[in-house]
Design a protein around this ligand. Structure first.
Ligand code: PLP
Length: 417
């Protein structure tokens, strides 16, 4: 006899609250106090100019990824914007990226007066495919931004081949993929530049908000420094002239001090998340109503969140009802990741940008029309059946077993027979 679902008045699988992420300890506290003390005593600064923490953070971030350069910036959005701006492209060129991502991947493209173009995804990973990227290439394409969604690496070898063939620049959006590997290489080190978000919800944070760009290319590095550090970069100071409009996307010394401590915690965070998510993969492998996402050969995701795909044709209820039932059993989860593919968001559909101009789409350098309608059917299909689970490093085996038990219980009620 199967027990009643909690949403129908039965006892839930789990009564205790979901564990809170315990991200910080005395080490971050000490680091912040130290920077503040130095600022009070006049031996340090809160501002990166005159301080040591941002420079140390950049050095250690670059060492972690084994690249020549890292630049700390104020957010993941700022990192994408800075990486794009460092290319010094004319307006009206196209940037191919993912329709399933945070808006922080897309708005910098628009702010650089470039045209976002959306490649379709593999519905079992939600990452853009090399085949779809190739289909979307035109004589206007200059950049590809592969997004390693939920910490799962995109298929980078064929993407790099496409980039080489068409002379395109690759900016890897690793905002959700700190420490994920593709054929033994960290994502972010395969393309021309890697961009990271370091806001509080990510694997590690620089004290609430932050971001970083990594590269081995000196020219990009210099432009990244000039654009994001404004007039305080070694190559452009307030006393001299400025070659092009730059922004202030600088990180503070307090943030960098937190980031330095957090960086040391990253390997354990990744390995714990991997262990827990792969345990769940095993526990639910016989279920018919849900599927674990596909993991490409020779890749190791870093699991920012865990997507599961609900097999809609095998259940007797809607996705939302399925999620209600799972939440009822005490498992926090969400239906869908973004409400729709990015091109269905109002600001893109209505070309709502600078006043009434509809730039960059009306930019004379572009001189053509783009129709996004239904351009990524697999993205839509994936979003209509995905649920997201917040499995993090403060979870234990118990949480994973509870998720599996709750999914089994729900399957017993909702499996279409
Ligand atoms: C894939 C992706 N790109 C970019 C961003 C933007 O990062 P931030 O929120 O730090 O600006 C995020 C943030 O969640 C993201 O997930």
């Amino acid at each position: 006899m199967v027990e009643k679902l909690a949403i129908e008045g039965g006892p839930p699988i789990r009564k205790e609250p979901w564990p809170r992420r315990s991200q910080f300890d005395e080490k971050e506290l000490k680091a912040v106090i130290n920077v503040m003390k130095n600022a009070i005593e006049g031996t340090g600064s809160l501002w990166r100019r005159g301080g040591r923490e941002c420079i140390r953070f950049e050095r250690e971030f670059a060492e972690f990824f084994n690249v020549k350069y890292a630049v700390a910036v104020s957010s993941g959005t700022a990192a994408i914007h800075t990486a794009l701006a460092s290319l010094r492209l004319n307006p009206g060129y196209e940037v191919i990226t993912s329709p399933i991502t945070d808006v922080g991947t897309i708005t910098p493209i628009i702010y650089q007066n470039l045209i976002p173009v959306f490649a379709d995804v593999d519905p079992e990973t939600m990452n853009i495919t090399p085949e779809s990227i190739e289909e979307k290439i035109t004589d206007k394409t200059r950049v590809i931004i592969p997004v390693h969604l939920w910490g799962a690496p995109c298929d980078m070898d064929p993407i790099m081949e496409i980039a080489e063939k068409h002379e395109l620049t690759i900016i890897e959006d690793c905002a959700q993929a700190h420490g994920a590997t593709y054929k033994g290489k960290y994502v972010g080190t395969i393309g021309d530049m890697g961009s990271f978000s370091l806001m509080a919800g990510k694997h590690i944070t620089t004290g609430g908000e932050g971001g970083a760009i990594i590269t081995n290319n000196e020219n990009y590095y210099q432009n990244v420094m000039i654009f994001s550090r404004s007039r305080y970069s070694p190559w452009a100071t307030i006393r001299f002239d400025i070659d092009y409009p730059v922004l202030n996307y600088r990180l503070t010394e307090l943030q960098a001090a937190v980031g330095l401590v957090q960086l040391k915690k990253l390997p354990q965070i990744i390995s714990k998340r991997r262990r827990l998510c792969m345990k769940l993969a095993k526990l639910i492998s016989d279920l018919e109503t849900v599927s674990f996402p596909k993991i490409l050969n020779n890749t190791e995701p870093s699991f920012w969140f865990l997507p599961l795909f609900v097999n809609l044709e095998k259940i007797t209820v809607s996705l939302d009802k399925f999620v209600d039932a799972l939440q009822g059993e005490g498992i926090p989860c969400g239906a869908r990741y973004t409400v729709a593919p990015m091109y269905e968001y109002r600001f893109i559909k209505q070309r709502n940008t600078y006043g009434y101009s509809k730039c960059p789409w009306t930019c004379p350098y572009y001189g053509q029309e783009i129709n996004y309608h239904d351009s990524c059917p697999n993205a839509k299909k994936a979003l209509d059946r995905v649920i997201t689970l917040p499995i993090h490093e403060s979870c234990s085996e118990k949480e994973i077993e509870d998720i599996a038990l709750a999914l089994e219980k729900i399957e017993a009620h909702y499996l279409a027979r």
